[in-house]
Design a protein around this ligand. Structure first.
Ligand code: G
Ligand code: G
Ligand code: MN
Ligand code: NA
Length: 252
């Protein structure tokens, strides 16, 4: 309850910020894009994980202003990188359930793209299979978002109850293999097979495929057919300044 009250002031107090985790193109070795990940630096309680405060934001409706701030901040940052000469980088932003119930999600995204002057194809919106949104409603909104020219990714792919249905029903561009499959890929043959099948399916559907949570170099040989690798092996989520400073070292 205290946390809930504090969250009301967190944006205005400048306690909310974004980190960015590089997404490495496996073929070129370069940073194709980044995933924006929100953080809350609480003045007394310290750093609070989005896993803890996004649910509170959902319950209180604060997800609407916080979600808008996240999207605008991420788009503005990427536009700034473009202006600094890092010209082909894209950004992935996580959406949450409450945003599909807000007044005008599509209009908000359109306005933010206009305000930040970011070409829409540089923005990818991530949805998950655990979202509790009516699938017809979600399909309508996702089709409208696609009309704007933004990309749609399924995050945590394979962990929900409706993985295949999402691919059938929604206009998906990208599949992000959940890190629970990646973790033991070297030791668990089941995970190896499941990942191979997910990659194969993605290829047949002409989807971009991202492997999440890659921590060890030995995992890469099982992920050779993925397009994009994201994980601590290349970089943790970092501040934009740190990313700017280390851009050339992270990619190789
Ligand atoms: O980055 P980290 O591992 O701390 O994220 C924990 C969880 O919070 C993940 O499930 C991630 O998807 C989610 N998360 C991180 N940033 C955002 C965000 O900007 N919006 C939403 N809705 N979820 C986020
Ligand atoms: O649910 P989502 O995929 O959006 O969550 C991304 C979360 O995964 C972020 O909070 C990020 O900090 C975390 N993450 C990113 N790379 C790795 C990794 O290599 N290992 C682990 N354990 N977590 C990671
Ligand atoms: Mn994500
Ligand atoms: Na994920």
């Amino acid at each position: 309850l205290v946390l809930e009250q504090d969250l009301h002031y967190a944006l205005d107090n400048g306690e909310i910020y974004l980190e960015y985790q590089p997404q490495i193109n496996l073929r070129t070795g370069s940073i194709d894009s980044v995933e924006a990940l929100v953080r809350w630096q609480h003045p007394e309680k310290g750093l609070i994980s989005p896993a803890a405060f996004i649910p509170i934001a959902e319950e209180t409706g604060l997800i609407v202003p916080i979600g808008e701030w996240i999207l605008e901040t991420a788009c503005r940052q990427v536009k700034q990188w473009h202006n600094e000469g890092i010209s082909h980088i894209g950004v992935a932003v996580n959406l949450s359930t409450g945003q599909f119930f807000q007044q005008n999600l599509v209009g908000m995204v359109e306005d933010i793209l206009a305000r930040t002057d970011l070409p829409p194809h540089y923005l990818e919106l991530e949805i998950t299979e655990s979202m509790t949104v009516d699938t017809n409603h979600m399909a309508d909104i996702l089709h409208d978002l696609k009309q704007l020219g933004v990309k749609i990714a399924v995050d945590d792919f394979g962990t929900g109850y409706s993985s295949m249905y999402y691919l059938k029903k929604f206009p998906i561009d990208c599949l992000k293999i959940d890190r629970s499959f990646v973790r033991n890929v070297q030791s668990d043959h089941h995970d190896d097979v499941l990942i191979s099948m997910m990659i194969s399916m993605a290829k047949h559907l002409e989807l971009k495929v991202v492997a999440e949570g890659v921590e060890e170099i030995g995992q890469l040989s099982f992920l050779a057919d993925c397009d994009i690798i994201q994980g601590y092996l290349f970089s943790r989520p970092i501040d934009p300044e740190e990313l700017s400073a280390n851009f050339d070292t992270i990619q190789k």
